[in-house]
Design a protein around this ligand. Sequence first.
Ligand SMILES: NC(=O)c1ccc[n+]([C@@H]2O[C@H](COP(=O)([O-])OP(=O)(O)OC[C@H]3O[C@@H](n4cnc5c(N)ncnc54)[C@H](O)[C@@H]3O)[C@@H](O)[C@H]2O)c1
Length: 295
Amino acid sequence: MKRLKNKVAIITGGASGLGLAGVNLFLQEGAKVVVVDFDKKQTKKTIEPLIAAGKDVIAVNADVSKEEDWAKVVKETLAKFGRIDVLVNNAGVHVAQDVLHTTVEDWTRVMNINSLGMLLGIKHCAPEMKKVGGGSIINTSSIGAEIGGFGDGYSAAYSMSKGAIRSLTKHASQVLAADNIRVNTVMPGVMFTDMTVKLGFNSREELGKVYKGTACLKPYAGEANDIGYLYLYLASDESKYATGSEFIVDGGWVASSGQASDGRTYEEEKTSTNKEEKTSTNKEGKSATKKRTNK
Ligand SMILES: NC(=O)c1ccc[n+]([C@@H]2O[C@H](COP(=O)([O-])OP(=O)(O)OC[C@H]3O[C@@H](n4cnc5c(N)ncnc54)[C@H](O)[C@@H]3O)[C@@H](O)[C@H]2O)c1
């Protein structure tokens, strides 16, 4: 039995990265998929071949930050597939500027796409979910919303916009629970996608080298499917009792915060610990170890 059989899913930013991973997994699991993206070139490259191959997918060229575009998305989805069961609010942009260098223009653009775009998606899709007895809304935030620093490329606007998503999820989950519409937040760590290529990292390994010592799991950067599978779980009825929640997939970064800030890995820590000299022995014959000074 396919996990998303009979479900119609809208995925914003679905032409690339984490959204595209969701598109492929959702199709594989029997969903009908609507890709919403404003990048025509990228849509031609990644989605048009799927359409040409006869997959149950359409592409709608739309900007998630514009309310009139959402009306178009809903209209085209209903015209093609007749219902909406799942909304993955995944589209997002990043600007790497700290609080001292953020311009009003950049802040407004990032907030409009990353935060307002998700509110508009919920506002326009939830009434259609209500008509079919429920649904699932997945909002993509970031661990930048938790740690507000290195994890978001030192970006003030980005981490603010991702923080707003956490509040929006909690609010919407309460408003929509009576209609059996679940709303959850996904918080990825560092994942190798086009977004990180735009930040100057050309491979997962290159990205991992920079983040070595923050995430715990090798190669210290995730790949798109690591989030795609979480989208799949949250879109399916397997997550039917999950709402208002936050799901972190970050290779252990948030859990290890502050413990590996000098860039050493756990293995390097272990090796240096094993090399320590036992410098004193107490009366009971147990060894005591000199405090390490190898920082
Ligand atoms: N890659 C990471 O390390 C990472 C980490 C944490 C959170 N995220 C979040 O995950 C989501 C997906 O990121 P990604 O890494 O796949 O990025 P990506 O750049 O590879 O893909 C984003 C897609 O969104 C589309 N998009 C952007 N603005 C849009 C708009 N206004 N309207 C319609 N489409 C728009 C782009 O055209 C692109 O296809 C984003 O919300 C991002 O902030 C990514």
